[in-house]
Design a binder for this molecule. Structure first.
Ligand code: ACO
Length: 364
């Protein structure tokens, strides 16, 4: 009794809790494979619909094509839009991040229709409606023939996006659609392991995503860049933050011991997006200084740039409001969550670890 666990044990570091065909993270080599392909190649070759087909086919042994998924997501966006009057009242008085949680919790099965598409299709509709409501605007109806990335931007803005903007958001969606047993995917799989439905499972996934140690980091990344403000302030600001023991958002990772491969994929997408590369030089200088400061602070434990640093810059360059960053991350990650939930349900095995009791024992 009273066996205390190490920090690594409490964080389940390195514990494999599932067999998956969906994605593989190699933290030593800095590699991410999604549905059999390196993330760097996938982001150039496949659309979000294409990679979603690969994930769903892997989890459910189906043979969906990119076109099948594009069609089912378009139809699902239309159904979700029709259901907004039922979904939005639960979000009254809430901001985008919390309102998204409440609306997602209100999604439910539609008889005879694919739950995966119902969920993934609804996410950008809800995000768009909440972002526009925050500006006092009405929601924009989806275009079922548009790609998921194009329609996401259209429903946020109320105007057709440029081709290069759609390409950038699509590359982002592909890059972050799945990532091994991250915290939100684990939460999703735990709920799915009870044989609860996909709607309950992805609601848990979204809740886990909202924390700053996971998908809630990009907004603080921009706040950090704003607070630093100028080149001259990079060194004093970063040194002071580290001296106060603060964590710098967009750096460090539980699994990667080298640079997160998604950071480079997103950096390349930002370079293609911004013709004059406007946002990158300053952010690049901040990144370089933080990397060197973190190396100096802890030479034993390499802390490198993670996906969230460039996520913040990419989504900001697309004029997506900061409070929508986590819901937009969820739009992409819902492809992975739904696939993982199915894969977990198929095992029929309940995830039920144990704990080490360190409390008082009854006397006598
Ligand atoms: N800035 C400063 N110090 C850090 C950072 C950071 N970003 N990350 C870790 N450290 C420190 C820790 O405080 C710890 O110090 P200690 O030993 O004195 O307590 C040491 O480095 C080692 O930390 P790890 O155990 O390697 O970190 P852990 O695996 O627990 O955390 C995490 C990983 C949560 C991502 C962490 O690096 C962090 O908080 N980063 C900032 C938030 C962030 O960018 N989140 C997005 C992650 S990517 C994603 O989820 C999509």
């Amino acid at each position: 009794m009273n066996i205390h666990l190490t920090k690594s044990q409490i964080g389940l570091d390195g514990v494999a809790a599932a067999e998956t065909v969906l994605s593989h993270v190699d933290g030593e080599r800095g590699e991410l494979i999604i549905a059999g392909e390196h993330v760097g190649r996938l982001a150039g070759q496949s659309s979000f619909e294409g990679v979603t087909a690969r994930l769903w086919n892997g989890a459910s042994k189906t043979t969906l094509s990119e076109a099948n998924v594009r069609g089912s997501l378009g139809a699902a966006r239309e159904r979700a839009f029709a259901r907004l009057p039922d979904l939005l009242p639960a979000t009254r008085g809430m901001g985008v991040i919390d309102g998204f949680r409440a609306a997602v919790a209100g999604l439910r099965a539609e008889h005879g229709l694919e739950h995966e598409a119902t969920i993934v299709g609804a996410f950008p509709v809800i995000a768009g409606a909440l972002v526009r409501r925050a500006k006092g605007l009405d929601p924009v109806a989806p275009d079922p023939n548009a790609s998921h990335a194009a329609d996401t931007l259209r429903m946020l803005r109320g105007a057709a996006p440029e081709t290069r903007e759609v390409a950038a958001l699509d590359a982002y969606f592909v890059t972050v659609c799945d990532h091994g047993m991250n915290a939100s995917t684990f939460a999703t799989r735990v709920v799915a392991s009870t044989q609860a439905d996909l709607f309950a499972a992805v609601t848990a996934g979204y809740c886990a995503l909202t924390g700053p140690l996971h998908g809630g980091a990009p907004e603080p990344v921009l706040e950090m860049l704003d607070a630093i403000g100028t080149r001259e302030r990079i060194k004093p600001w970063v040194d002071a933050a580290l001296a106060r023991g603060e964590r710098l958002m967009g750096f460090g990772h539980r699994v990667y011991r080298v640079r997160d491969p998604r950071a480079d994929v997103l950096k390349a997408a930002i370079e293609r997006l911004s013709a004059d590369g406007a946002d990158l030089p300053f952010a690049g200088e901040v990144e370089a200084y933080i990397r060197s400061a973190l190396r100096k602070k802890n030479p034993e434990r390499p802390l490198e740039t993670n996906v969230e640093f460039f996520t913040a810059i990419l989504l900001d360059a697309l004029a997506i409001p900061r409070q929508a960053f986590t819901p937009i991350f969820a739009v992409a990650r819902s492809a992975g969550w739904t696939a993982h939930a199915r894969e977990q349900q198929r095992t029929g095995r309940l995830i039920r670890p144990s704990s080490s009791y360190v409390g008082a024992m009854p006397e006598g």
